[in-house]
Design a protein around this ligand. Structure first.
Ligand SMILES: *Cc1c(COP(=O)(O)O)cnc(C)c1O
Length: 385
C-alpha cells in the first residue's frame, strides 16, 4: 500500500540522533536551543519554543494570549481536532467559521459576517486559530485587518505549512499573527517523531510560553519574586506543564531542517505531475493561491460526484483495495461526537460538510516516486471511469 504520507530518514538523521544518545544530555541539553535557532533563523522570527507536539504548542499559545473561561476561540471546522481542543483545554468556548470552497481555509467573508453578529451579541472571540490547510496559507492580510477591527488575537496553525510562503515571506514569521505553530509529527513535512514549535516576535508571549512549557518554573533571578536562596534555587511562579522536547528529537529536527526547502520543492514537483495526469478525470484538483507557495503537506482531490457512478465511500474503498493508501482530512470537527455534545450539529457549516462528502487525500510525501504516481493515476482511472 502506498501511504498518504511518510517521513524520510537519512543516514545523517541517524548519525545526528546517535550523537545525542552518546552525549551527556538526552534532554535539556544544547540540541533544543540549536533546533530553535535553526528554525527561527530560517523563517525569520524572533522566538521559537520547541515543545513535545503542536498540540502542546497550541495549548500554551492560547494560555499565553490569556484565553480562559468566558472567552471564545474560533477556528475552521476542516482541521485536526487539536486546533479546536486547545480552546477547550483553557476553559474557553469554541466556535467555527465555515471554509472558502476554493482554498478550503477559513473564509474571510464568513468570518466578517460572523464577527459583525458576535459584536452585537457581545460574544466576540479572543483568539482565532487560522489553519493553513494542506499548507495553503490563509488569507492572513484580511484576517489580520479583521483582528485589528474586532480586537482578537491570531494563532496560525501552520502544522501543514512549514517551508511555505505567503506574499513572498516564509510562513511562521508572524507578520500577520501573534503566534504561529508548527508540527513535526512524521506525516508532516519534516519530523522530530513527536514535536512542535511555537513561534512569536513578542517577548512577553515568548516568556509566558517558556514558563508554561516547563512547570511554570524559572531560574532567571529577574523573574523571581525575591532574591535567590542560593545556586540551587528556582521558583515556580505560574502553573505550567512538562511540554518539553528532548535533545534526541531536536537533533533529528536540525538534521531534517537541512532538507526542508528541497522537500517542499519536491512536493510541488509531485503536485504538478498529479495535476497534469488528472486533467481529464471527474475530480477537482487543489487550487493554488497566486500570492502563495503552499507547503503542500497534503494533496486533496474532490470528487465530482454527479459525473461518477459510485459513492464517495465506494471510490475511497476501491482506491485502498488497489493499493493506494488514501485518507480523508478531515472529518469536520463540529460533527465529532464530543463537539455535538457541546451543541454543534450537521448543517451548521455547509461548505465544510460539502467538502467532507467529496474529499480524498492522495499520497503526497517527498520519497513518492513517479512510478507510484502512475499507480495512483491508474487506480483513479479504474475507479472513476
Ligand atoms: C497534526 C496537526 C496538529 C497536531 O500536531 P501534533 O504535533 O500531532 O500535536 C494540529 N493541527 C493540525 C492542523 C495538524 O495537522
Amino acid at each position: 500500500m502506498i501511504p498518504y504520507g511518510r517521513q524520510e530518514i537519512t543516514q545523517s538523521d541517524i548519525d545526528a540522533v546517535v550523537a545525542v544518545l552518546q552525549s551527556d544530555y538526552l534532554t535539556q541539553g544544547p540540541a533544543v536551543p540549536n533546533f530553535e535557532k535553526t528554525v527561527t533563523a530560517h523563517v525569520g522570527v524572533k522566538h521559537g519554543l520547541a515543545v513535545n507536539s503542536a498540540t502542546s504548542a497550541l495549548h500554551i499559545a492560547c494560555l499565553a494570549l490569556g484565553l480562559g473561561p468566558g472567552d471564545y476561540l474560533w477556528t475552521s471546522p476542516i482541521t485536526f481536532v487539536a486546533s479546536a481542543n486547545c480552546g477547550l483545554y483553557c476553559g474557553a468556548q469554541v466556535d467555527f467559521v465555515d471554509i472558502d470552497p476554493h482554498s478550503y481555509n477559513i473564509c474571510p467573508r464568513s468570518l466578517e459576517r460572523k464577527l459583525a453578529i458576535a459584536k452585537k451579541e457581545g460574544k466576540l472571540p479572543k483568539v482565532l486559530v487560522a489553519v493553513h490547510f494542506c499548507g495553503q496559507p490563509c488569507d492572513m492580510e484580511s484576517i489580520y485587518i479583521l483582528g485589528q477591527k474586532y480586537g482578537f488575537k491570531i494563532i496560525e496553525d501552520a502544522s501543514h505549512a512549514i517551508g511555505g510562503r505567503y506574499k513572498g515571506e516564509l510562513i511562521g514569521n508572524c507578520r500577520y499573527s501573534d503566534i504561529a505553530v508548527f508540527s513535526f509529527h512524521p506525516v508532516k513535512i519534516i519530523t522530530t517523531a513527536e514535536g512542535g514549535m511555537a513561534l512569536t516576535n513578542n517577548d512577553f508571549l515568548a516568556a509566558e510560553m517558556t514558563l508554561l512549557r516547563s512547570h511554570g518554573i524559572t531560574r532567571n533571578p529577574l523573574e523571581m519574586t525575591h532574591a535567590t536562596d542560593g545556586p540551587w534555587y528556582y521558583q515556580q511562579i505560574g502553573l505550567g506543564f512538562n511540554y518539553r522536547m528532548t535533545d534526541i528529537q531536536a537533533a533529528l529536527g536540525i538534521s531534517q531542517m537541512q532538507r526542508l526547502d528541497a522537500y517542499v520543492w519536491r512536493r510541488h514537483e509531485l503536485a504538478k505531475r498529479y495535476d497534469t495526469l488528472f486533467a481529464d478525470l471527474p475530480i477537482t484538483t487543489p487550487w493554488q493561491h497566486p500570492d502563495s507557495y503552499s507547503g503542500l503537506h497534503l494533496y486533496v482531490i474532490r470528487l465530482r460526484l454527479n459525473e461518477i457512478k459510485k459513492t464517495h465511500r465506494q471510490v475511497f474503498e476501491q482506491l485502498r483495495e488497489l493499493g493506494v493508501g488514501v485518507n480523508l482530512h478531515y472529518i469536520p470537527v463540529h460533527i465529532q461526537p464530543y463537539y455535538e455534545r457541546l451543541g454543534f450539529k450537521l448543517g451548521d457549516f455547509p461548505e465544510a460538510e460539502k467538502y467532507y462528502a467529496e474529499a480524498i487525500s492522495l499520497p503526497m510525501f517527498q520519497a513518492l516516486t513517479e512510478e507510484q504516481q502512475y499507480v495512483v493515476f491508474d487506480a483513479l482511472k479504474t475507479t472513476l471511469l
